[in-house]
Write a protein that binds this ligand. Structure first.
Ligand SMILES: NC(=O)c1ccc[n+]([C@@H]2O[C@H](COP(=O)([O-])OP(=O)(O)OC[C@H]3O[C@@H](n4cnc5c(N)ncnc54)[C@H](O)[C@@H]3O)[C@@H](O)[C@H]2O)c1
Ligand SMILES: CC(C)=CCC/C(C)=C/C=C/C(C)=C/C=C/C(C)=C/C=C/C=C(C)/C=C/C=C(C)/C=C/C=C(\C)CCC=C(C)C
Length: 609
């Protein structure tokens, strides 16, 4: 049995420092294996927890389980001396509505710059879509378990960097296969961590398209390498932006060239085989919920390459550890986070956002307000209609709410899974036309393949999700709603049983079904939406708004900002937002004249989208 240092800002550990370690020496296939002692021991406690696994055989041997690093109850109590309410005399530099990864990255980055920040979160723990919940000994990720940006190299490992900024590191487990596609006509493709292995597998399926495959993915690499060479900050801050153009002109011009382009058009320049083009659609769909013709080329390049460059790395203890660490790091930097704090109004005075009001009547004031709620929630619910800026009207013309998801969280007997099962699967059985239809394709994550500590011994977690719209679930009586959940979930599980795991139903020991209404309720997202998606064919990323809004002092962060959906994407939006807000607060360099010119130029460019 090997040893792995555990604990994300663990309450078990005496030190306040947290850590990320790459568990490099592991055998990714099933069966028992050992993890060697980790080397990055900067969680200075020196306390280690034993960790080993026997996933395929459902064994854990004599290992101890990696402990959930911080208990939820402790997170709720963030700061004993909290006193930021109206009348307390506390006036913040920034109030952040929501503690999704976008909000937390913005908050921590600002706190590091010296700002006094208050995060207000409606729910009882941080993380939003990247949160977790525990039931019957299982620790479920609320959303996706595919983590980009968690490597130890390059400039795009934004999750690693965000944690490091507040002195945190988390142990991660490299995922050898980003996703295993199970597609019509029995097309099965594994996206291996090694780029050359992935390309060989794809070329093996489409030998006549070898050149097209190399050219398309090669163009993605050109963009990725440009992105990866830049220092990433706010594209709305001219001193930084012009500085980057000066330092890296070719890379910036490359990005400017691809900014208005979509992946599907570029794929079609090189690839003719209709089935391969459908595969590229599926590649894009899993990260953008739309086909390749609607997926911005920069976003596609980011995910299609980072999975090989930095790789997909799963945080030990589950995705929820990221938000918990960021929240702890924030408090360590002297800022505050308050849970069960439901913001109902953004207060605007003389055209400037000045504070927020909670559902229990409390009021908080601040120099700037940053909303991590979606733009539909921010401008549709938190502000009076009269405050809807023209820019937001335009945004709502260009983008619509993507559907939500039906999610099934299950605990199953481990022996039902073949020993070489991958962690992530995407299933579309018969007809490519169903790719984007509700319930058409199925996403499946089995995070216990990587971290067996998330489930009781001898069990696996299956997180199954498929697109579904809120309209499908409204107007039902409680009884009909429950019955429909069972029926729809049963159909999805039957499909997986047929396609992937015979006998699956008989192996289920725990099952909980969430609908778009669940997402709306717990994530406070209008219609439970997954994020914005283009109404028509977009001009790449050109129409996506950044962080400033038409209301002075109000900023947005998260997936309804550039560059869109995705944990790493919202982390970038958090970095950009903190930089822009930092400049406006006088914590970063700023040029008011250049600001006005750039913001006007960017606003005009968006009207072309
Ligand atoms: N929807 C999913 O199933 C899912 C799953 C995994 C990852 N993701 C990714 O996460 C991204 C979203 O991240 P994000 O940072 O933009 O946002 P988020 O939706 O994850 O977090 C927003 C947070 O704000 C809080 N909030 C909203 N309104 C509030 C209010 N009025 N008062 C107080 N708190 C409020 C919510 O409770 C939530 O914690 C998505 O784009 C997606 O790619 C989504
Ligand atoms: C301004 C102007 C005009 C110009 C300028 C030019 C320049 C310089 C530019 C620049 C740019 C930049 C920097 C950009 C950046 C970008 C980025 C970073 C991006 C990113 C992106 C990302 C993304 C999109 C991601 C996503 C992801 C996702 C969504 C994921 C998901 C997942 C899932 C769902 C899972 C699946 C599962 C299974 C299969 C199971």
């Amino acid at each position: 049995m090997g040893l792995l240092s555990s604990g994300v800002c663990s309450s078990l550990l005496p030190s306040n420092t947290c850590k990320i370690t790459h568990l490099s020496s592991f055998n990714h296939k099933f069966g028992n294996y050992s993890l060697g002692p980790t080397t990055s021991g900067d969680c200075q406690s020196g306390k280690f927890e034993a960790f080993s696994r026997g996933v395929g055989k459902g064994k854990r041997g004599s290992s101890l389980r990696v402990k959930s690093a911080v208990d939820v109850d402790k997170v709720v109590e963030t700061n004993e001396s909290f006193s930021g309410e109206e009348g307390s005399g506390t006036y913040y530099d920034a109030i952040i509505i929501g503690s999704g990864i976008g909000g937390l990255v913005a908050a921590t980055q600002l706190a590091v710059k010296g700002a006094k920040v208050l995060v207000l979160e409606k729910y009882i723990i941080p993380g939003g879509s990247s949160g977790f919940y525990e039931r019957d000994g299982y620790k479920f990720d609320v959303g996706s378990s595919v983590m980009f940006g968690f490597s130890d190299k390059g400039n795009l490992n934004l999750i690693t960097q965000a944690l490091a900024a507040v002195g945190c590191k988390i142990d991660v487990i490299p995922d050898p296969t980003t996703v295993h596609f199970h597609l019509p006509d029995n097309l099965s493709v594994r996206v291996h961590r090694e780029y050359s292995d992935f390309v060989s597998e794809l070329v093996g399926k489409f030998p006549h398209e070898k050149e097209g495959i190399l050219k398309f993915y090669g163009e993605c690499w050109k963009i990725f390498n440009s992105l990866n060479s830049l220092e990433l900050k706010s594209l709305e801050e001219p001193i930084y932006l012009f500085g980057q153009f000066f330092k890296k002109p070719i890379e910036c011009l490359t990005l400017a060239y691809y900014l208005p382009q979509n992946a599907g058009d570029i794929a079609r320049k090189y690839i003719k085989d209709p089935q391969l083009l459908c595969f590229i659609d599926a590649e894009c769909f899993i990260v953008s919920t739309v086909n390749s013709l609607q997926t911005p080329m920069i976003n596609a390049s980011m995910v299609l390459c980072d999975r090989h460059f930095g790789g997909i790395n799963y945080p030990v203890g589950g995705v929820g550890e990221i938000a918990k660490s960021l929240a702890k790091g924030l408090v360590k930097k002297g800022s505050e986070i308050l849970y069960k704090a439901n913001v109902t109004n953004i207060m605007v005075d003389n055209g400037k956002a000045v504070g927020v009001k909670l559902s229990d009547g409390r009021k908080f004031y601040s120099k700037t307000i940053i909303s991590n709620a979606t733009r539909w929630d921010t401008f549709g619910k938190l502000l009076e209609r009269k405050h809807l800026p023209k820019e937001e009207e335009n945004f709502q013309k260009t983008y619509v709410k993507a559907p939500s998801f039906l999610s099934i969280h299950m605990g199953i007997k481990a022996e039902i899974l073949p020993s070489d099962t991958d962690c992530h699967h995407f299933v579309l059985e018969d007809d490519w036309k169903n790719l984007e239809k509700p319930y058409g394709s199925i996403f499946l994550s089995i995070p216990t393949v990587l971290d067996s500590s998330l489930a009781p011994e001898g069990r696996h977690i299956l997180h199954i999700f498929t697109t579904s719209s809120i309209e499908d679930w409204e107007g039902l009586s409680r009884k009909d709603y429950e019955a429909k959940k069972e029926l729809v979930a049963d159909k999805i599980i039957t499909r997986l049983e047929k396609k992937l795991f015979p006998g699956l139903k008989s192996a289920i020991v725990f099952k909980e079904v969430g609908t778009p209404k669940t997402h709306r309720r717990y994530l406070a997202r209008d219609s439970g939406t997954y994020g914005p998606m283009p109404r028509n064919i977009p001009k790449g990323l050109l129409g996506m708004p950044f962080n400033t809004t038409g209301i002075n002092g109000l900023y947005c962060v998260g997936d309804s900002c550039f560059p869109g959906q995705g944990v790493i994407a919202v982390a970038f939006s958090g970095v950009m937002c903190a930089h822009r807000v930092g400049a406006d607060l006088g914590l970063e360099k700023k040029s008011p004249v250049l600001d006005a010119a750039l913001l006007q130029l960017l606003g005009w460019l968006r009207t072309l989208a």
